[in-house]
Ligand binder design. Structure first.
Ligand code: AMP
Ligand code: MG
Length: 275
């Protein structure tokens, strides 16, 4: 594994410092930081084990929550990232919320309403498959609301996330970064496999034509909304085994940084006699 970036230093390469300019076309989508698949898979399995332990302590202490926000272009691998990360999660203490185009009821509320309701309670881990960021991405590109409305949302999002952080809901935000050529390859595969056809919609094919506009919208969202309390990570997502390693590491690091320990016993085990 000579030349590979050590796990301890890995995640900070991909974290966006607050206020830093973001040029997505300068960030590689196929980076693997010197890792090989053979080394990454067992390292990832170890991280999943640590994640299970941390999740248990999180549930036992019931004082903190973790929210993982996942965003990507179509075919960026959100579903598969969640499937893999779930190997380090017990389902009882974790919940995935997927956000599609809003319903009439959702549209009748402010854009954060449907999202706020799905924020994990203390003791739990929540994963957002798409999120409130769609309200400055698809909504901006498709011009679903006036410019003044989506422009105000960056600050609204930062205020919302700061509120969550102050309530002990810790947030990590992950953008799965792919190139247009990689998207083409993945969409071709979907066309070749009948069991994947359901994943392709006419809308996806239309949106693909606006690749550059989406990349600009993503760059703005990442730049304006990467904060100390809720940083964005740009994860190169074309080597899926590297993506899984990095995502697991980001999540484990965040949880371990909380320094939580099992609560002290409320009984003295020595005094207990089980009849
Ligand atoms: P999928 O994740 O493939 O099931 O697709 C969900 C679709 O819902 C995507 O095309 C998103 O762009 C769309 N979507 C999610 N949130 C919003 C939103 N707030 N406004 C409009 N469309 C949205
Ligand atoms: Mg889709």
């Amino acid at each position: 594994m000579s030349g590979a970036v050590a796990l301890d230093h890995l995640t900070k390469r991909y974290r966006l410092d607050p206020g830093k300019k973001v040029a997505l076309d300068e960030i590689p989508t196929d980076d693997k930081a010197g890792w090989s698949k053979d080394d990454a898979r067992p390292a990832t399995a170890k991280l999943w084990k640590r994640l299970l332990e941390r999740q248990e302590v999180l549930a036992a202490t019931d004082t903190h929550a973790l929210l993982i926000v996942l965003q990507a272009m179509d075919a960026g691998g959100k579903d598969s990232t969640i499937r893999h990360l779930s190997r380090g999660l017990s389902v009882g203490e974790a919940e995935v919320a997927a956000f599609k185009a809003p319903t009439d009821v959702e549209r009748a509320h402010d854009f954060l309403w449907r999202v706020h309701r799905r924020v994990p309670p203390l003791g739990k881990i929540g994963i957002f498959n798409r999120s409130h960021y769609e309200d400055v991405l698809v909504v901006r590109v498709k011009e679903l609301v006036p410019k003044a409305v989506w422009k105000a949302r960056y600050e609204q999002i930062n205020a919302f996330e700061a509120l969550l952080a102050s309530a002990n809901v810790h947030i990590v935000k992950i953008f799965l970064h792919i190139s247009k050529a990689y998207q083409t390859k993945r969409l071709k595969r979907r066309l070749d496999l009948p069991e994947k056809h359901w994943k392709l919609t006419a809308d996806d094919l239309r949106e693909r034509k606006r690749w550059d506009e989406y990349q600009r919208a993503y760059a703005d969202a990442l730049e304006r909304c990467s904060t100390e309390a809720a940083p964005w990570y740009v994860v190169p997502a074309e080597h899926r085994w590297f993506r899984d390693l990095l995502v697991a590491r980001i999540v484990v690091e965040r949880l371990e940084a909380l320094g939580l320990e099992y609560p002290p016993p409320t009984i003295d085990p020595k005094d207990v006699v089980l009849e």
